[in-house]
Design a protein. Structure first.
Lengths: 135, 135
DNA sequence: TAATTCAACGCAAGTAATTGCAATTAATTC
DNA sequence: GAATTAATTGCAATTACTTGCGTTGAATTA
């Protein structure tokens, strides 16, 4: 999604907003705090609240998506990079990715009979990865 | 799991701890704040930090389990009541439940080939329920 | 049942996340 | 390109959650 669509949606493209979007695209799976640190390398004074509000705005406008990979806060992706389901290992914390096609299949298999439309990008699937099982 | 097993595990069964456990069992899907409010009906002065620490202790001891049903904090269940996967509707917020047998089947179907052992009780499956789709 | 011990408590301080508001500034209009 | 307007910003305050510490009291032992 090109950046000039930001303006096309009635949003202003401020330096802060551009930097937040760049950071999300660059980092992937990034928390608001990590994004703020990255942004501050280019724009020292940016406030954390500005980062939070830009993340919210950019998500509402469809540029980015958040996912819960664990306990605390959300992590952010560029919207067009979400083509997978996240597999979080509760032991080592590694985040593996499963192709969306597969994920959709398995979720639909069980859930569609209830009419529940699953957003497979929103939550992680939690468990223990193969490596940690043999430890 | 009977309460006298608390003592059997080297933990003390304080009035606060008993009330926290009772509240989790009674409420289901309850946040720490909701649990604190319920406990305070019986024991007015209980501190929120006591509730948090008891939830952690009771979870470590295996009496309760936490699940992330959405953005903020965790919600707690009695451990022996977890026989389902949570289906959270992002629109109306309703939490539906899917039998664990079904859920295990569908997760294993796709994920076992990667050797990933899924804890289907830890995260919710997020999406839009049938009722909200027709709105 | 009195003494002992240390798990658990309440309080207060600390950290993390969010929100209200006045000042600023991007984009538009003249 | 100056004036206008309202979206956006930074700051400060608030809310949410967590942690450190001295005190209390549940369970054990004599």
């Amino acid at each position: 999604m090109p950046d000039d669509e930001i303006r096309a949606r009635g949003l202003r493209l401020t330096p802060q907003r551009q930097l937040v979007l760049d950071a999300v695209r660059e980092l992937g799976h990034a928390t608001p705090e990590e994004i703020a640190q990255t942004v501050r390398q280019m724009h020292a004074g940016i406030n954390l609240s500005t980062v939070y509000r830009n993340l919210e705005t950019l998500e509402t406008a469809g540029f980015i998506i958040h996912t819960h990979l664990g306990h605390g806060g959300a992590t952010y992706h560029a919207a067009d990079e979400i083509t997978h389901l996240h597999l979080v290992c509760g032991d080592c914390g590694k985040v593996d990715e499963s192709e969306l096609e597969d994920a959709k299949d398995f979720v639909d298999l069980i859930l569609k009979k209830r009419g529940f439309a699953t957003d497979v990008t929103h939550f992680a699937i939690y468990g223990t990865c193969a490596a940690c099982q043999v430890k």
